[in-house]
Design a protein around this ligand. Structure first.
Ligand code: SF4
Length: 296
């Protein structure tokens, strides 16, 4: 029996909520690849896969087509592709997998901003219903320090446009990104940004240092002062307290988070803040991850 196989170019990343999705790697790497905090694709040169190769990979799964209902398009910013090419891929996916109910991809805000509303609507109508966007922060000074290549306005415009087209968004804010020198402005401006976007999904991840903190400090274009766990939680407390969201699913439960926070904002905002307040006041009584407790 012939089993389908795809020759992925590793490393390959996907959002946790795409664990059961079939992944087609229509690009490799990230076309920007310059963010100070991100090492996901630094080993890869950005490439766009040929349509012929993508087609042969999709068609390999024809025999399993009934079972496939979620598809994720990798890598880091698949939405950078021209709309025509994305539509060609989406059409083939729809033809091959009649039961597909969600196609999603990572996107940079500028990828969304650079497409016009009709293009975004045509992508939505072709099945692309969710984009994952790393906003990281709403603070312009910090976004510039970490070389994000985006600012408050580009992020807002990109996300408002995709919202208007009916594409749902799952946005991420990076806890600890500014360190002790920037945490307040980071928390406050990030809340301002998400309040204006009103995303369907919001998550926070904690800044990590896969190549060590000194490597990160060299790429951070200012003085970076590391935060301890209580300070990171205080940043979360300030951020959440400033959010004014109507119906956003909030998740702070990635492996990098020390305290699991989940709920609907704003319905659960008060109880999430109470949990944070209690943890900050009673760190010994809360089951925080051990390695972080050592750093308190
Ligand atoms: S745009 Fe995203 S994937 Fe690309 S370097 Fe920045 S954080 Fe990483």
């Amino acid at each position: 029996m012939h089993y389908p196989s795809i020759e992925y170019e590793y490393p390959l990343f996907r959002p946790p909520s795409e664990a059961n999705s079939l992944i087609f790697q229509i690009t490799s790497g990230c076309s920007w690849n310059n963010c100070a905090f991100c090492e996901m694709y630094t080993q890869k040169k950005f490439k766009i896969k040929s349509f012929d190769l993508i087609k042969s990979e999709i068609l390999q799964f024809k025999g399993y087509s009934e079972k496939i209902n979620k598809i994720f398009l990798a890598d880091g910013d698949a939405m950078v592709l021209k709309t025509d090419k994305l539509l060609q891929i989406l059409e083939l996916i729809n033809k091959t997998f009649p039961n597909v109910r969600r196609i999603s991809a990572y996107a940079k805000p500028k990828d969304l901003k650079n497409k016009n509303i009709d293009e975004l609507k045509s992508l939505k109508n072709a099945g692309l219903t969710l984009v994952y966007v790393g906003l990281e922060s709403g603070d312009n000074e910090l976004l510039s320090i970490v070389n994000k290549g985006e600012n408050f306005d580009s992020s807002l415009q990109g996300l408002l446009k995709s919202n208007q087209a009916g594409i749902k968004s799952s946005v991420m804010i990076l806890n600890g990104l500014g360190g002790l020198n920037y945490w307040q402005q980071h928390a406050e401006n990030s809340a301002k940004l998400v309040n204006l976007i009103q995303p369907e999904f919001l998550s926070t991840l904690v800044l990590s240092f896969p190549f060590g903190i000194n490597h990160f400090k060299q790429k951070f274009n200012a003085e970076y002062v590391e935060m301890n766990i209580l300070q990171l939680l205080e940043e979360m407390q300030l951020f959440l307290s400033k959010t004014e969201l109507n119906q956003t699913v909030f998740r702070s439960d990635h492996a990098s988070n020390y305290l699991v926070l989940k709920g609907i904002l704003s319905k659960d905002k008060q109880s999430l803040l109470e949990k944070l307040n209690y943890t900050i006041k009673n760190p010994d009584k809360v089951n925080l991850r051990e390695e972080w407790q050592r750093g308190l």
